[in-house]
Write a protein that binds this ligand. Structure first.
Ligand SMILES: Nc1ncnc2c1ncn2[C@@H]1O[C@H](COP(=O)(O)OP(=O)(O)OP(=O)(O)O)[C@@H](O)[C@H]1O
Ligand SMILES: [Mg+2]
Length: 384
């Protein structure tokens, strides 16, 4: 199944979102237009549903409370509403639907309360809260059924889907220096600090198969790279990736991941994420650190891998090169446009609209940008 529609009210900088989503969906918009915030709707659902240490209250607190999540332009204490519709990837028919309404307790400990929680399958209601149990014991409305294994049996498919949502925004320095930096790894390890351990935990046959596919891409994208393999350091036992580069001195071309280029690491991380799992994957700006020649082919590469894994992918991007692929359908591009109360999300009728929006910072809208940022820009010039 995949998410075929998202409807949201009062979520961060979006007063509302009501859009169809495709199996491959690009999120396009200027800085601070809400690409990451839109992805955060799905991370939020994952954080509620996750098996260990999940739950609604924690997911809200981790985000700084309802006041941070709720759209600032919304009237006093309005509800947040989230609706996710799922469809069958083969015939496109809608299957599941999950709806959640949230508000903040007016007094006391200001917990987040469920105003409603509904699930349905093929149009038939499976869950409709508040139910009798909730009326008897209002404290129950501080927890969703998503986070309760005993309660969500009838819509476990939805809970499982949310649990395995992945958000990927690999930061090469964090991966390279994970040992030195130490520190906390966020849920789902979006920045790749635990990436090597994750590869190590994978079943050997799967790991080999995936790395061999990744190697095929790297051989094209990374000059002189001939081989990629997983090894364990003989002394420390730590997992590493090792690449063999063509070199004029024998054995001189062996490098470990701490010496890989940023682009090489990001490419490996993205490809691994694409090959790992079948729920929704969100990629933040996959074009970062990559050469334009590679970026031009990213959309096709993602689609080719999807064809096997069936995995739905949301991709935020600032790259016109990425969107220049003529095989991208118009409905695959979701434009996030700033409006006075935040942002609007709409599926573009035209890929060129998206390209124009991307270019606006530099050309079309220069006059308004200059009006609003002239002082800062002038200061920047001092350093040139
Ligand atoms: N509760 C809220 N109400 C209104 N606006 C909010 C709220 N929470 C965050 N924002 C705004 O959302 C914007 C950030 O959006 P986001 O990080 O999703 O942008 P983005 O499109 O990912 O940008 P970039 O391309 O720079 O990564 C900020 O301007 C922030 O002030
Ligand atoms: Mg962002």
């Amino acid at each position: 199944m995949y998410v075929s529609h998202l409807k949201v009210r009062n979520w961060r900088n979006f007063p509302r979102i009501d859009v169809d989503l495709q199996k491959r969906q690009f999120l396009v918009g200027p800085n601070a237009s809400g690409k990451s915030n839109l992805m955060d709707v799905f991370r939020f659902l994952r954080d509620i549903a996750k098996v260990e240490g999940g739950g609604l209250q924690k997911a809200v607190v981790e985000r700084g409370g309802m006041t941070k999540i709720r759209n600032l332009a919304a009237r006093r204490d309005p509800d947040i509403a989230i609706e996710v519709r799922f469809s069958d990837p083969v015939n496109g028919r809608e299957t599941w639907r999950y709806e959640l309404g949230l508000k903040q307790q007016a007094r006391g400990n200001r917990h987040t309360l469920i105003t409603y929680e509904r699930a349905s399958r093929d149009g038939t209601a499976i869950l409709d809260r508040p139910n009798e149990d909730d009326q008897e014991d209002l404290v129950r409305l501080t927890q969703t059924y998503l986070e309760q294994i005993a309660a969500n049996r009838a819509f476990r498919d939805i809970a499982r889907f949310f649990q395995s949502i992945t958000y990927h925004h690999l930061a090469p320095p964090l991966l390279r220096h994970a040992d030195l930096i130490g520190g906390r790894t966020l849920e789902g390890d979006p920045y790749g600090q635990d990436f090597l351990e994750k590869i190590a935990r994978e079943h050997e046959r799967t790991r080999r198969a995936r790395l061999s596919r990744i190697e095929q891409v790297l051989k094209v994208a990374v000059p002189r790279l001939e081989q990629l393999e997983f090894i364990r350091d003989q002394e420390t036992g730590r997992p590493h990736l090792q690449a063999l580069y063509a070199h004029w001195r024998p054995r001189a071309g062996i490098q470990r991941e701490d010496q890989f280029s940023d682009g090489t690491l990001r490419l490996i991380g993205m490809l691994w994420a694409l090959l790992d799992g079948d729920s929704l994957l969100m990629l933040e700006e996959p074009e970062l650190s990559l050469h334009t020649g590679m970026v031009n082919r990213l959309a096709a590469l993602i689609q080719r891998i999807q064809r096997n894994s069936g995995r739905q992918v949301l991709i935020s991007t600032h790259s016109a090169a990425l969107l220049s692929d003529p095989d991208i359908d118009q409905e695959e591009i979701l434009l996030l446009k700033p409006v006075p109360e935040g942002s609007e999300a709409e599926v573009t009728g035209n890929v060129r609209d998206a390209l124009l929006l991307l270019e606006r910072d530099t050309s079309e809208d220069r006059s308004s940008l200059e009006r609003t940022q002239a002082d800062n820009l002038n200061q920047l010039n001092l350093f040139e």
